[in-house]
Design a protein around this ligand. Structure first.
Ligand SMILES: [Fe+2]
Ligand SMILES: [Fe+2]
Length: 266
């Protein structure tokens, strides 16, 4: 009965979900890697040396590690208020994120390193905290902004590995890219489901959620074909990208704590 009551409030957008769940605000973390604020992270080199590749794969492994938590947090925090297929789908996504982490962790070991050897970016959980009150905010930001950005960036990263003959790493990222299209698609589909309940247009509702809860900058180039394959059509992101065009910061650096180019960019 509690779920039915909460769902009624959710449709009205009133319930603060943090008080309706036993899910912790922050998941447990291993002692390593050391988590640093984004502006204290050491700069990664661009070349194809082993040290630079290790740093890049370590950063990607950390993103996958956090993605595991994000998928299961979505289920634990919001799953009771959706059809059972919501939980089934996001549990599968969480299992795939775990598999991605294992592939990258194994690759780190193959290159003589391991997950935890380097510091990692602690900004990734910000999006979860920012959207803990509303499943549509969470779906709008995590799969439809952050994971969609992975679709844009991963092909270039694959090319970087191929250019230095690291086909093992390139193959892992191709596999991850395939799965991530499905993750974004799940986000788009469940966001649409919630919008239908609230009687909102998905594109308009997404624009409102991004304006309210995303502190980064969304800029081209976009992987339009992969986004379209996930159902994330240009009507969602083109307007937002146009509005962010004057902002100087590169995605996904947080706009928080940075000097804005204009007053409207904060
Ligand atoms: Fe992943
Ligand atoms: Fe994913």
């Amino acid at each position: 009965m509690r779920a039915r009551g909460a769902a009624r409030d959710w449709r009205l957008g009133r319930l603060d979900w943090r008080f309706d769940t036993a899910i912790p605000d922050r998941p447990a973390r291993p002692d390593r890697p050391e988590l640093l604020p984004p502006n204290r992270m050491p700069k990664r080199g661009k070349g194809g040396s082993i040290a630079n590749r290790i740093a890049l794969i370590h950063a990607l492994a950390h993103i996958e590690f956090v993605a595991i938590d994000l998928a299961f947090d979505l289920v634990g925090r919001f799953g009771a208020h959706f059809p059972r297929s919501f939980t089934d789908e996001w549990m599968r996504v969480g299992a795939e994120e775990a598999m991605h982490f294992v592939l990258l962790e194994r690759r780190l070991r193959g290159l003589g390193s391991f997950y935890g050897a380097l510091p990692a970016h602690d900004g990734l959980w910000e999006a979860a905290a920012e959207t803990a009150h509303d499943p549509l905010a969470r779906l709008a930001i995590v799969p439809m902004v952050l994971e969609a950005r992975g679709l844009d960036i991963t092909p270039q990263t694959i090319e970087r590995f191929e250019a230095v003959g690291d086909d093992v790493s390139a193959r892992i990222l191709r596999r991850i890219l395939q799965d991530e299209v499905r993750h974004v698609a799940a986000g788009v589909r469940w966001f649409g489901h919630g919008c239908a309940i609230r009687g909102d247009s998905p594109a308009n509702a997404w624009h409102a959620q991004v304006n309210a809860h995303f502190r980064g900058v969304l800029k081209p180039p976009f992987n339009d074909s992969a986004r379209a394959a996930a159902g994330l059509t240009k009507e969602f992101y083109e307007v937002v990208a146009l509005g962010h065009a004057h902002l100087p910061q590169k995605f996904p650096s947080s706009r928080a704590g940075q000097k804005p180019a204009t007053a409207s960019s904060t």
